[in-house]
Design a protein around this ligand. Structure first.
Ligand code: AMP
Length: 182
């Protein structure tokens, strides 16, 4: 499996725009629309993900709403594996299963269609999102996959904001692959 060099990582990182104080003061928002808008960077990333996961023997690629959908769906299409969306509440039209998680203030929830893994016991799933911060969304998503009697083989993030310790919190639940650590 080809590892990315420091130069490769810098190329990807340079393609991501930083927006200070968005959506609120103190947050540096990592804007991946500039990576998507750069065909060379987007394809370089997708080629790397295909190379990593092509021999993993996976049944499904799950993506977390909403930016996770972009990478997860593109990878699923390239690998010819079914794609599963993990969404915020009340977005999915059919019967759903849910997993709640705590925020700094209050609770949030992720949902998935009950038949998303086609009721395949022990289905092997790769979970993808653009970024892991506190890890709350990713942790709830792995728990949702487990609740559906599937196995999250690995959770993959384009960006890992290390100081928020999300990957540390997630590690007891699944393997993690973070492409860029900040
Ligand atoms: P968390 O549950 O705290 O790990 O937050 C992860 C989710 O929030 C991901 O779906 C990200 O897309 C989004 N997110 C959190 N912080 C940022 C940030 N600094 N820049 C861009 N997206 C972020």
């Amino acid at each position: 499996m080809k590892e990315l060099s420091q130069k490769d990582k810098e190329f990807l990182l340079d393609s991501i725009r930083c927006i200070k104080d968005f959506p609120k003061p103190g947050i540096v928002f990592r804007d991946i629309t500039t990576l998507l808008n750069n065909a060379e960077a987007f394809n370089f990333l997708m080629d790397h993900l295909v190379e990593r996961y092509k021999d993993f023997d996976i049944d499904f690629i799950a993506g977390i709403e909403s930016r996770g959908f972009i990478f997860a769906a593109a990878l699923a299409a390239r690998l010819r594996i079914p794609f599963v969306p993990i969404r915020k509440p009340k977005k999915l039209p059919y019967i759903t299963i849910s997993q709640k998680y705590s925020l700094e203030y209050g609770v949030d929830e992720v949902q998935m269609h009950i038949d998303a893994f086609k009721h395949k016991e022990g289905a092997k799933v790769i979970l993808i999102d653009d970024l892991i911060a506190t890890g709350g969304t990713a942790k709830a998503s792995v728990e949702l996959i487990t609740q559906a009697n599937a196995i999250c083989v690995e959770a993959c993030f384009l960006i890992d904001l290390k100081e928020l310790k999300g990957s540390e919190a997630l590690r007891p639940l699944t393997k993690i692959y973070s492409i860029l650590e900040i």
